[in-house]
Each structure stands twice: as structure tokens, then as C-alpha cells.
Design a binder for this molecule. Structure first.
Ligand code: DC
Length: 242
């Protein structure tokens, strides 16, 4: 079996799309995979969160009952999102400000799914994501990467896990950041986001027909990485042959 590092040097860079439900470990896998492959990691959820933060801070009328498409469009014109390394860690910037911690807070999590139903927001971010990935050699995670952003991605993974296990992982993560919430609240937020993400009209969360499903309910981060590297190797060999 060829080593992935060897194959990376031998084959043209590919796009790896990772989609799936909230708190399924997509970003843990995407980061680890990108590191192993020397690829760029792009967290598209952070981009939706940054837009949601801007809307909340600036009272942009985005909720269905008050939505003003003109105000939304004007607000989007004032938003610039970038990723920069801070102490070696990929960090989200909104108009030059480090917002990495703030976009992970519950007040953003509670609104981001609604913001991400807005077609203008999706068009704005999908365009940027396509630009970021056009050189290929990226691992991108989100909800519509394999279906809308890069339908031609060479490898598509669709991640899922038991809701109680996801709740526990998310609760542990929030606690480690000093955010105290009940498990019920965390579970409610996860399931509500899944519901909105899966049922929206524009680019709903769904498994691409050619995606490989990974249920990581009982996999460690190391085990899921190994599995994904095996799929990557197979795709790289296939891409080289075709
Ligand atoms: O991956 P995350 O939990 O940080 O994503 C936050 C929200 O952004 C999620 O509830 C749905 C939305 N999202 C989306 O609609 N499309 C993407 N490609 C990524 C995220």
C-alpha cells in the first residue's frame, strides 16, 4: 500500500468534502486529514457563524418574520471573512477582528442555522468557498460541500453519530471552554440545528449520492482518521489512474 505522503507528491491534489450533522466530529477529522496530507483545511461552518455574529451585532433583520433582503445584501457587502494562523491555530477573522471564540458561543449557535437558510448568504459564502478551493488540495467541511460547493470533489465523506454521543461530546467541549449548559439544552440545540439544516429549501444538508458514510459513534479520532486516510489513498490511486 502506498503511503499517503508519497501519493500526495505523485498525484494531482484532490478535494475532500466532509459533510454531516452538527457535532459529528467533522472538523476534528478534517483538521487531522489536512495535516496528514499537507492540505488546506476550510471550516465553512465558521464562515456561517461569522455572518451570524455580524448580523446579531448589527441588528440586521434576518429572522423569517422580519427579513429585509436589501438590508441583508447591504450587510453582506460589509463583511469580510478570513482565516489566519494564530499561534499555529487556524483562526476565524471577521473584518480583521479575531472572532474565533465568540462564534462558538451559544448565542451564535442558536441563530446560525436560521442565518444559513438565507439564499443570499449561501450564494455569498459558496462563491468564496469555491474560490478558496479552486487550487484543490483542500479538506472542506460543512453541510453542502459534496452537493453544492464541490459536487466534483474526488472524495466525499458523510459523517453521522448517535445523538446522545454527539450531545456528550459537545457538552464536554463547551465545558472545556468554560461554558456551562445542561445536556438537555445542548441536545436541543443540536437537534434543532439538524432539523433546520436538513429541511431548508436552499442546499439542505443531505448525503451526496457518491458520498461514503462514516458513523463515528464508536470510533476514536485516531480510528476515524485511519479510515479516512484509507479512503483517501484509494481515491488518489484511482484519480491517478483515470
Ligand atoms: O459546522 P458548524 O456547526 O460550525 O456550522 C454552523 C451552522 O452553519 C450549521 O448549523 C449549518 C450552517 N452551515 C451550512 O448551512 N452550510 C455549511 N456548509 C456549513 C455550515
Amino acid at each position: 500500500m502506498f503511503e499517503v505522503a508519497y501519493l500526495c507528491g505523485m498525484t494531482r491534489p484532490i478535494i475532500i468534502a466532509i459533510d454531516g450533522y452538527s457535532s459529528c466530529g467533522k472538523s476534528t477529522l478534517a483538521k487531522a486529514l489536512a495535516k496528514q496530507l499537507g492540505y488546506i483545511y476550510i471550516d465553512t461552518g465558521a464562515m456561517y457563524r461569522a455572518v451570524a455574529l455580524y448580523f446579531l451585532r448589527n441588528d440586521v433583520p434576518f429572522k423569517p418574520e422580519e427579513r429585509d433582503p436589501q438590508a441583508v445584501a447591504e450587510a453582506l457587502n460589509r463583511i469580510q471573512i478570513s482565516f489566519q494562523l494564530v499561534n499555529g491555530v487556524k483562526t476565524t477573522f471577521l473584518n480583521g477582528e479575531n472572532v474565533e471564540d465568540e462564534i462558538r458561543q451559544m448565542f451564535v449557535a442558536n441563530h446560525v442555522s436560521k442565518v444559513s437558510t438565507i439564499p443570499e448568504v449561501r450564494r455569498f459564502l459558496v462563491h468564496q468557498q469555491q474560490e478558496m478551493g479552486k487550487g484543490r488540495g483542500v479538506v472542506m467541511d460543512g453541510r453542502d460541500i459534496g452537493t453544492v460547493v464541490f459536487p466534483d470533489a474526488e472524495l466525499k465523506l458523510f459523517m453521522t453519530a448517535d445523538p446522545d454521543i454527539r450531545t456528550q461530546r459537545r457538552w464536554d467541549e463547551l465545558r472545556s471552554r468554560g461554558i456551562k449548559m445542561s445536556r438537555e439544552e445542548v441536545k436541543h440545540n443540536l437537534l434543532e440545528r439538524d432539523r433546520i439544516d436538513s429541511s431548508r429549501e436552499d442546499s439542505p444538508l443531505m448525503q451526496a449520492a457518491d458520498a461514503i458514510v462514516i458513523d463515528n459513534s464508536h470510533l476514536s479520532p485516531g480510528e476515524q482518521l485511519k479510515l479516512a486516510l484509507d479512503y483517501t489513498r484509494a481515491r488518489m490511486v484511482h484519480t491517478q489512474d483515470s
